[in-house]
Design a protein around this ligand. Structure first.
Ligand code: C2O
Length: 542
């Protein structure tokens, strides 16, 4: 293994999209940002220098950060933001990890433009467990916002109202011909007839989940969240923000120009979404025609929950898993949106949610409030007052979405604000039952856990019922972000063997801002390899 150095300069950059010119934050003047290439077990060192007037941090999404929690990146969880003209050097090892990852800003909604791929190849001489592709391509799904995203977060949360909608979907930063002024703003892959390509799909978007398909072509999933899966062939896939999929595509159709399309998946009724497809081109060498075949039946309709379930059902670990059969701690966690009542202190104009309340989101009825210093620092240095250790192991009030309706909201289903975390002893075998609920709508939530991958051992519709739930302990997929089905539940398992403070949250940034998250404090074990090292000297201060 070797050590790889990268220099990330956080800069502002002027871009023109959809007939609009704006400043964005980007790394090294490149958008999407620079790709990190490495091999399994490599050491990665990234010096991040902030040349903007804004705060930021970088998170290495999917990297488990074994014994290196200080470098995980979520602001106010493991570090204070890197402020204007400050530098922070991230250093970590890719222990037993390879595949498609990405990195992104983890401050406010800066991820909208601060993201890039992170590709980790197997060790030298170790082949892929499938036929070696002719070529590989990175495909990053994203969103374009005309507005400044940091201000947008502030105004959305401050107003208490509903969700804003992206101005465009993008594929590797390009919206494609369906959008204003974007006829030539199209991403293209050139392919040779008969060859097989590996596409590394990454969803970096802020606030929407999306289907992806290539007209007339089959997609074979071989990896999900940087872990190999049994090959599964499908017409389309769905990714939520934070998910990655490796797919094989063979250029086996008549020579031509085919569209690769990204369309909305909006699971919840009444959820606002951008309804224009982003289009990129999958273009055969020798294609003469200018006409592009559109994906006819490949893209499902916007609320096709069955299409999502079909892909999920197809995700199986390539190998027999070593998921633990025993559980030490079983947490039942409701996740969903709700309306908080306005208090005497709330400015009236802010109460724009349903029933004149404020839109909020919660886990077990607690809306997570980020502290003003990092949780990891507070925990490590025993600084009192920034969090409490009483995250409830079950919801304070369980709102049964099946029998309820938004116009029949009980008064006691509002969430409480708090920075409540859950403490886990080193080595605890944990099961989380994530139960989708909500008093406004329920919708699919992509839940992401930092510091671990988890086995997705079960999922289903309706309320979780242990008597009939069916678990897969043989070959469950090993993921870091899982879409909890609309009106349903998902069960995941992991072993808490990585000391530190680990954020778990909905990867739809809007929901994160509304409070859909919490953190696990994993205590040190006894040995040196079970103990979190000291913080780095250049750790930013708040
Ligand atoms: Cu990809 Cu907490 O994030």
């Amino acid at each position: 293994s070797s050590t790889r150095f990268y220099d990330f300069k956080v800069q502002t950059m002027r871009i023109r999209k959809l007939c609009n010119t704006k400043n964005i934050v980007a790394i090294n003047g490149i958008f999407p940002g620079p790709v990190i290439y490495a091999q399994e077990d490599d050491r990665i060192i990234v010096k991040v220098t902030n040349e903007t007037p804004f705060n930021t941090t970088i998170h290495w999404h999917g990297i488990r950060q074994k014994l290196s929690c200080w470098f995980d990146g979520p602001s106010y969880i493991t570090q204070c933001p890197i402020q204007a003209s400050q530098t922070f050097t991230y250093e970590f090892t890719l222990v037993n990890q390879k595949g498609t990852f990405f990195w992104h800003a983890h401050f406010s909604w800066l991820r909208a433009t601060v993201y890039g791929a992170f590709v980790v190849y197997p060790k030298t001489g170790v082949p892929y467990p499938f036929k070696h592709p002719f070529e590989e391509h990175i495909i990053i799904l994203g969103e374009h916002w005309n507005q400044d995203v940091v201000q947008l977060e502030r105004s959305t949360v401050g107003s208490g109202g509903g969700p804003p909608v992206a101005d465009a979907y993008t594929i590797n930063g390009h919206p494609g011909p369906n959008y204003n002024c974007s006829k030539n703003d199209v991403y293209e892959i050139n392919v040779v007839p008969g060859k097989t390509y590996l596409l590394r799909l990454i969803h970096a978007g802020l606030n929407s989940e999306n289907f992806f398909a290539i007209a007339n072509h089959k997609l074979t999933i071989v990896e999900a969240d940087a872990e190999y899966t049994k090959p599964f062939t499908t017409d389309r896939v769905m990714l939520g923000p934070g998910q990655t999929l490796n797919i094989l595509v063979t250029a086996d159709q008549p020579t031509g120009k085919y569209s690769m399309a990204m369309g909305p998946y909006s699971s919840g009724q009444g959820v606002a979404f951008q309804n224009i497809l982003a289009i990129a081109h999958f273009q055969y060498a020798g294609a003469l025609t200018n006409s592009v075949s559109l994906p006819a039946n490949e893209l499902p309709s916007v609320s096709d929950n069955l299409a999502v379930k079909t892909v999920m059902d197809g995700l199986r670990s390539l190998y027999t898993s070593n998921v633990s059969k025993e559980i030490d701690t079983n947490l039942f966690i409701t996740i969903g949106l709700n309306v908080q009542k306005c208090h005497s202190k709330t400015p009236k104009q802010n109460c724009r949610g349903i029933n004149n309340g404020i839109m909020a989101a919660s886990m077990n009825n607690i809306s997570f409030i980020k502290p003003t210093i990092s949780l990891l620092e507070a925990y490590y240095k025993n600084i009192n007052g920034s969090y409490t250790e009483d995250f409830p192991g079950a919801p304070l009030k369980f709102y049964d979405f099946v029998n309820g309706a938004p116009n029949n909201i009980p008064n006691d289903t509002q969430s409480l604000n708090g920075t409540r975390v859950k403490v886990l002893e080193y080595g605890t075998r944990v099961q989380l039952i994530l139960q989708n609920t909500g008093t406004v709508t329920t919708e699919n939530h992509p839940i992401h856990l930092h510091g671990f991958s988890f086995y997705v051992v079960g999922y289903g519709s309706g309320n979780y019922n242990p008597k009939i739930a069916n678990f897969n302990l043989v070959d469950p997929p090993y993921m870091n972000t899982i879409g909890v089905p609309v009106g349903g539940w998902t069960a995941v398992r992991f072993v808490a063997d990585n000391p530190g403070v680990w954020f778990i949250h909905c990867h739809l940034d809007l929901h994160q801002s509304w409070g859909l998250g919490t953190a696990f404090i994993v205590k040190n074990g006894k040995g040196e390899l079970e103990t979190l090292p000291h913080p780095p000297a250049d750790l930013p201060r708040c």
